[in-house]
Design a protein around this ligand. Sequence first.
Ligand SMILES: *Cc1c(COP(=O)(O)O)cnc(C)c1O
Ligand code: SF4
Length: 350
Amino acid sequence: MSAESYPLAPWNRTCLETCADNHPLFRDNGDWQQQLRDAIRDPQELAALLELPPASLGCATTAGFGLLVPRAFAGRMRKRDRHDPLLLQVLPTTTEANAAPGYSADPLAEHQLARSGALQKYPGRALLIATGACPVHCRYCFRREFPYQSQTAARDNWETALGLIADKPDVHELILSGGDPLTLGNARLQRLVDAVQSLPHLKTLRIHTRFPVVLPARVDNALIDLLESVRLNTVIVLHCNHPAEIDDDVSKAARLLASSCNLLLNQSVLLRGINDDPGTLVQLSEKLLAAKVKPYYLHLLDRVNGTAHFDVSESRATQIVNAMRSQAPGYLVPTLVREIPGELSKTPVT
Ligand SMILES: *Cc1c(COP(=O)(O)O)cnc(C)c1O
Ligand code: SF4
């Protein structure tokens, strides 16, 4: 695939050019890469598919982080509904240009902390920015202004990043993050996993991914084989915010993953106008359970520029989670957390 046909924003072109999955050695059999190339990038096209007048959408062209949504995900949006909860997660609007007090490019103070794509904030676990690319652009993403060009542990850089982790024997868990680490093809992912597994002090490999939800074809046989061959504990954390994101294909992909890893979890972001009511979140938890996924975290919004319209106040969030607890068993209630820079873990909100 050429740079032009690959659905990446300009800010991660560098990753594209250096980690080129287009090398014949790295080409996979499945059609997920074709689906990724074929993702929707034109708001006009999305409007037409959803039978909405484009003018009603308040679309914006957002330099570097434009619309990107796989057709498999767009197909779950309701037609003729401007307020569809899946559409609101991906549609760039003019509202994003509004500055808001307390919002910044780097609300979690990560940009200075990352070293060659390795990031450690918490004792015992470290995170690897394995790529800057994602299968979808979530408008509320806290890494939407992350300096991926200089901070991606791609290809030639893995060694540097993993070298840093090799020097920290107290790190027992490595998290592959990004971007979305499953953007790497299976062959490249295997090489990365092999390199990770050569670090003797690691016990657990964790993968944070939105792929199985937005493009479930990514969960192909080769990926399942890869996961089953890992000798470390494997934890997969999905990212799904609304029950309408889970259709039969997603459910099937999740069940496959559940059978090939040690623990399958989900994290959500609490988003105003999308999932900020207990009924919706309980329904999400029930659908996750049916797909063998345990709800893990419910994150309060990280205050990155352009996302203030998604914010839910801490007091409202607490009410929502308390209401969930009265409607569902404890194992279906995720932990409400906020990330505060400098803290040694996510901070539970009670
Ligand atoms: C969220 C996060 C983790 C994982 O935290 P857990 O509470 O273990 O899920 C690890 N490293 C970084 C940098 C994080 O932001
Ligand atoms: S998939 Fe994750 S990293 Fe990528 S845009 Fe969405 S929230 Fe951000």
